[in-house]
Design a protein around this ligand. Structure first.
Ligand SMILES: CC(=O)N[C@H]1[C@@H](OP(=O)(O)OP(=O)(O)OC[C@H]2O[C@@H](n3ccc(=O)[nH]c3=O)[C@H](O)[C@@H]2O)O[C@H](CO)[C@@H](O)[C@@H]1O[C@H](C)C(=O)N[C@@H](C)C(=O)N[C@H](CCC(=O)O)C(=O)O
Ligand SMILES: Nc1ncnc2c1ncn2[C@@H]1O[C@H](COP(=O)(O)OP(=O)(O)OP(=O)(O)O)[C@@H](O)[C@H]1O
Ligand SMILES: N[C@H](CCC[C@H](N)C(=O)O)C(=O)O
Ligand SMILES: [Mg+2]
Length: 494
């Protein structure tokens, strides 16, 4: 691809060097540059990519995309924001894979991973080849490509993954779109056919600072729906799928010019669930839409699972999938790894490992448990380091409100002092009367405390890390899997 051809599409500050050169690839990390690449320098939170231009050129980069002149012997394309234009370069250099795929994006604080999985399963059941990009992994109908390090990859990696998926024959790609991705232009240039909103509650205020800014970041998926570099070839109109029970949906509906399809339980909606009945192993409801009235029995439990099922139903209907295929798939899915996952190691009480790492998701998990638990509820919970500090006291409060015993412990402390994170959590419950809680900085010790105190009929919720198979302490990733740790402790104490 001739560099001049791409540069003609963007607003430039300056070009130094020749534009009539061929670039064959693109990289935003000097450690992964291949000969012929364009190297993109981002100003990061830790280091400035501009420091690595020499290293990138030494590795074979033939041009660099930068925000200021740098000292290298190759073409320099200088732009006001490398983040804003990198997606244009990535899509063009890599052959516009997104234009050949039917893209589905799911955003929201909670429920994205579950909803993308449900939509992917429905599409596969309908006979379509799929790709999935989310928190746990990236995969196609043919199998896993890799486990994920981010929910939504940076633009360069994202377009590379879409290219790979197109080569593997995927027709639809269903992906989680995080608020970071929308704010940092990771998904710019992708023409989503269906954009789904799950919900918006507190998280990531370290990055967005206010709920207003967080909500507006998510809203970009809807306000920009149908607004792409190249028009969608088949002329199909995009659809925004919105949760009628979440007040942000009204704002998003007002900010899109595309068709809107709503779902919900409490408010009037195009696709609605009534008669919700929650049990330990699943939830049933009546699915109602124009001409549709069907009883649905999910193997996943909780009112939140009904929302995810409705979001997936609306998304799949917008893609033209028939309701029988949708319902039969929803009824077959047994769950998503680390989401309300049971650990069965012969113990007389219930152990649930769940990825609730926000106040709202923790409340959903615990109110669901309260629906069926006949004994006591133990909650083992921590909060991630280098992440939103404001959610810490709130998560402790939610845990204490619904649990008989709360065990405050470490999640991924990252570069923070784990004791200080637990102090900040404890601040939320320290003064509350009648709260029974203990502190265990070691997560193994926290889990052991709960498991050795639980008896028949009790439920132990191990929250926050779900499918994760590691614990990040400092900058080191240690092997750690809540499911294996819990099973091992049970076996040791049986
Ligand atoms: C806040 C945020 O999104 N940070 C992302 C950002 O990190 P950063 O700004 O600190 O990057 P940096 O380390 O300073 O490096 C700057 C640049 O120099 C480059 N570099 C660096 C070193 C080197 O030797 N050579 C080199 O070229 C890097 O590739 C990068 O382009 O750019 C990095 C490289 O692309 C990302 O890996 C990193 O995501 C980190 C891993 C992260 O944890 N992000 C989280 C907060 C995130 O994005 N989460 C969302 C939402 C999760 C959810 O709720 O589901 C997600 O989508 O995952
Ligand atoms: N629709 C929902 N509303 C509220 N809570 C939910 C919902 N769906 C799932 N949860 C809770 O949130 C946790 C995370 O679910 P899931 O992984 O599907 O969300 P996510 O949006 O992908 O999260 P992340 O932002 O980490 O990628 C679950 O373990 C469950 O406790
Ligand atoms: N995608 C979320 C995951 C949080 C998971 C939790 N275990 C933590 O480490 O805080 C984030 O990066 O904030
Ligand atoms: Mg996710």
């Amino acid at each position: 691809m001739q560099l001049r051809h791409i540069v003609d599409q963007i607003v430039l500050k300056e070009v130094r060097g020749l534009l009539d050169i061929n670039v064959t690839g693109i990289s935003d990390d000097s450690r992964h540059v291949s000969p012929g690449d364009l190297f993109v320098a981002y100003r990061g939170g830790h280091v400035d990519g501009h420091q690595y231009v020499q290293q990138a050129v030494a590795a074979g980069a033939v041009a660099v995309l930068v925000e200021e002149p740098v000292d290298v012997l190759c073409t320099q394309v200088i732009v006001p924001s490398t983040r804003r234009v990198a997606p244009i370069f990535a899509h063009t250099i890599l052959g516009r894979p997104a234009d050949d795929l039917l893209m589905v994006g799911v955003t929201g604080t909670n429920g994205k991973t579950t909803t993308v999985t449900l939509i992917e399963q429905i599409l596969q059941q309908a006979g379509h080849a799929t790709g999935l990009i989310g928190t746990i992994e990236q995969r196609t109908s043919k199998g896993e490509l890799r486990s994920s390090s981010m929910t939504t990859p940076e633009a360069v990696q994202l377009v590379q993954t879409l290219k790979e998926m197109r080569e593997l024959g995927a027709r639809y790609v269903v992906m989680e779109v995080s608020s970071h991705a929308l704010e940092l232009a990771r998904v710019a240039g992708i023409g989503y056919r269906v954009a789904v909103f799950t919900n918006l509650t507190q998280d990531h205020l370290d990055f967005h600072e206010t709920m207003q800014a967080y909500g507006e970041a998510k809203g970009k998926l809807f306000s920009r729906l149908g607004n792409v570099f190249t028009p969608l070839a088949d002329g199909l109109l995009p659809v925004a799928v919105l949760n009628a029970d979440d007040p942000w949906s009204r704002i998003y509906a007002g900010n899109t010019v595309q068709q809107v399809l709503t779902y919900g339980i409490d408010q009037e909606a195009d696709i609605r669930a009534t008669d919700v009945s929650i049990a330990a192993h699943g939830v049933s409801f009546m699915l109602r839409a124009h001409h549709i009235q069907k009883e649905v029995h999910l193997h996943m439990t909780g009112r939140f699972s009904v929302y995810n099922a409705l979001a997936a139903t609306a998304g799949a209907l917008a893609l033209g999938i028939d309701v029988d295929t949708i319902v039969s798939t929803l009824e077959q899915v047994t769950g998503v790894p680390g989401r309300f996952e049971r650990v069965e190691a012969g113990q007389p009480y219930t152990i649930l490992v769940d990825y609730s790492h926000t106040p709202d998701s923790l409340e959903n998990a615990l109110t669901t448990i309260r629906e069926f638990c006949t004994g006591r509820v133990f909650t083992v919970v921590g909060c991630g380091g280098d992440r939103d500090r404001k959610k810490r006291p709130l998560m402790a409060q939610v845990a204490a409100k619904y649990s008989d015993v709360t065990v405050l412990t470490s999640d991924n402390p990252r570069t923070e002092d784990p004791v200080c994170i637990i102090d900040e959590m404890e601040e939320g419950i320290r003064h509350l009367p009648g709260v029974e809680y203990v502190r265990h900085t070691s997560r193994v010790d926290g889990i052991r405390y709960a498991l050795t105190h639980a008896t028949s009929g009790d439920v132990v919720l191990i929250a926050g890390k779900g499918h994760e198979t590691y614990q990040i302490i400092g900058t080191v990733k240690h092997d750690f899997d809540d499911r294996l740790v819990a099973a091992q402790i049970v076996v040791e104490h049986l």
